[in-house]
Design a protein around this ligand. Structure first.
Ligand SMILES: [Zn+2]
Length: 576
């Protein structure tokens, strides 16, 4: 059996063979029955949904000698001659390759003459939006004064590109994009009649790749059968169509959820090793997350029936994130996908995964799934339940690139995470901690507080006023009574965990030293004094003072409040 003809063999011969376009078909058949046919129709919809098929069937049924309940008989001379494309009264034109005014004039020339053998002359213009402006004008004239017994059928994938004057003279039908499930069912029917064995999951994969187009689904099926022989298996589909396996995408997603950047990059590398572009792998993850979000809101929102394994996986992950946390990651992922084309795709993909993993710092999951690190290249040494933490590599707080003020309070206000079996027991008392962020080697107290400002801005602002007595393996901090109350125990523990050093919190007595804010104030004061001194010493200022008997009222640094924009002199004096 040759599969190369599948799409042609299954081209609908009757309106009832069409799938998913019932409303359009019924409306057309009713107007036919009631003799209320318009003289021009505009059929719009994505590729492969049946626009030209409907146009040809319409050409047949209006000319058929024995139409049956709005269906062409398919046997009479008009029907067969139209079906084979040999009847000169039915003109088909592809506007994509014939855009000019001469092309349209050529076919419109015949409009003046009545049909020679048929009841109606039919003009089918495919991809009508591609016509040039002058071609549209020529067409418009004919549409304005339509001759009798002429039918215009315009098909387009982009109806909005047609001039409004043309659109308004056509009766318009929008063909709908088919759901994955409809296409799967249709493929099952086709393959059943073709006596080809198939796996349900394979049909889902093809239907998904066809993206709403029946014709694409049939062509893709042909391709897979040409590759894999007489059966249609998921594996054949993946290989023939170059699709990424769902298992590796689920593995990648779990690694991201656990904040394990190393495992995530490994999963990406394994998938890329199969010849897949990082972009398509990450797109697969975005689709998986979309499915997960649908399941969270309402399982009926899923546009396809996931296989058994996929459904079990999705169900298990439902309580790992809330919709907000999932959406945050989805946004970062989509944004990152846009950047992939700017630099080396692999590099950008790795960076994106690290960024996604670091999101656990501001938006920790409620529960972590067990990470399967035994997959292809990873050697599993630790018990699985310890893996998220044990396998973690330090993740620099890249979140500064994505963390916004909007998320900050959310992270702080997030309710306690239910302790999960896969987390160390310690997590129970430190619900808000990231489990993946490890201390970076901050050289100074100032650096550490500045970095923490991107994690917990509020706490960092308080810490700026705290006196740091020592910053080594152990950190000594002195708190006054106000700070003792303001920085609560949980926040102290969070900070210590984040910093990765032991912290001694001491009451402030008469220790020597100054806090970061005091240090900053002192430095600002010193700069101001320096400014004023150089102003006093400036010969021009002295000359001004003498000439006008003036005194210096204030000296401001360039760029400080009250300074004129674009001022390029180093000092400014207000003289009175
Ligand atoms: Zn017929």
């Amino acid at each position: 059996m040759s599969y190369m003809v599948l799409a042609r063999r299954w081209r609908p011969q009757r309106f009832s063979d069409l799938i998913g376009q019932d409303v359009v078909v019924r409306t057309l058949q009713n107007s036919l029955k009631n003799n209320q046919m318009a003289h021009a129709y505009l059929l719009s919809g994505i590729r492969g949904t049946g626009k030209t098929t409907i146009a040809r069937l319409l050409a047949m049924v209006v000319n058929c000698q024995q139409p049956d309940h709005g269906e062409p008989c398919g046997q009479c001379t008009p029907c067969t001659s139209i079906a084979t494309g040999s009847n000169l009264d039915v003109q088909e034109m592809d506007a994509a390759s014939h855009t000019g005014v001469d092309d349209i004039r050529e076919i419109l020339d015949g409009v003046r003459y009545p049909p020679s053998t048929l009841q109606y002359k039919v003009y089918i213009i495919d991809e009508a939006h591609m016509l040039s402006k002058s071609a549209f004008n020529a067409l418009l004239k004919t549409l304005e004064e339509p001759p009798a017994r002429v039918l215009f059928l315009l098909a387009t994938t982009e109806a909005e590109k047609l001039p409004i004057t043309v659109r308004s003279r056509c009766q318009r039908f929008d063909l709908r994009r088919l759901g994955s499930d409809e296409i799967s069912h249709y493929l099952a029917q086709v393959l059943g009649e073709e006596k080809v064995a198939y796996e349900a999951e394979a049909l889902h994969a093809i239907a998904h790749a066809a993206d709403g187009s029946v014709r694409d689904a049939l062509s893709l099926t042909e391709r897979v059968l040409a590759y894999g022989g007489d059966t249609l298996s998921s594996e054949h589909v993946r290989h023939a169509l170059g699709l990424v396996g769902p298992d590796i995408i689920r593995r990648l997603s779990d690694a991201v959820l656990c904040g394990n950047a190393q495992a995530a990059i490994d999963a990406l590398r394994d998938a890329s090793g199969g010849g897949h572009a990082p972009r398509s792998i990450l797109l697969g993850m975005s689709e998986l997350w979309h499915d997960l979000a649908c399941m969270m809101v309402d399982a009926d929102l899923l546009q396809h029936e996931p296989g058994e394994v996929a459904r079990a996986w999705l169900t298990d992950r439902l309580n790992c994130w809330d919709t907000q946390a999932l959406d945050l990651r989805y946004q970062v992922l989509i944004q990152g996908l846009r950047d992939l084309m700017l630099v080396d795709e692999r590099q950008a993909a790795n960076m994106l995964l690290i960024r996604l993993c670091s999101l656990n710092g501001i938006s920790p999951p409620r529960r972590m799934p067990e990470l399967d690190l035994s997959a292809p290249t990873r050697q599993q040494e630790n018990p699985v339940q310890d893996s998220p933490r044990a396998e973690s590599r330090p993740v620099e707080p890249l979140i500064q690139a994505v963390a916004t003020d909007k998320h900050q309070p959310d992270a702080q206000a997030s309710p306690a995470i239910p302790a999960a079996a896969s987390l160390p027991a310690k997590a129970e008392t430190e619900p808000e901690l990231t489990t993946t962020q490890q201390p970076a080697a901050y050289a100074s107290w100032e650096e550490a507080v500045e970095a923490y400002g991107k994690v917990r801005a509020g706490v960092a602002a308080l810490l700026e006023h705290v006196l740091c007595l020592g910053f080594g393996d152990k950190v000594r901090l002195a708190l006054d009574t106000h700070q003792e109350r303001a920085i609560v125990a949980a926040e102290r523990m969070s900070f210590a965990e984040w910093l990765g050093r032991e912290i001694h919190w001491e009451p402030k007595a008469d220790q020597q030293g100054e806090s970061l804010s005091a240090q900053r104030a002192r430095q600002a004061e010193a700069r101001q004094q320096q400014l004023e001194k150089s102003a006093e010493d400036d010969p021009h200022v002295q000359a001004l003072k003498q000439a006008f008997d003036a005194k210096i009222e204030a000296v401001r640094a360039p760029g400080a409040a009250g300074t004129d924009e674009g001022d390029d002199i180093p000092l400014e004096e207000e003289v009175s």
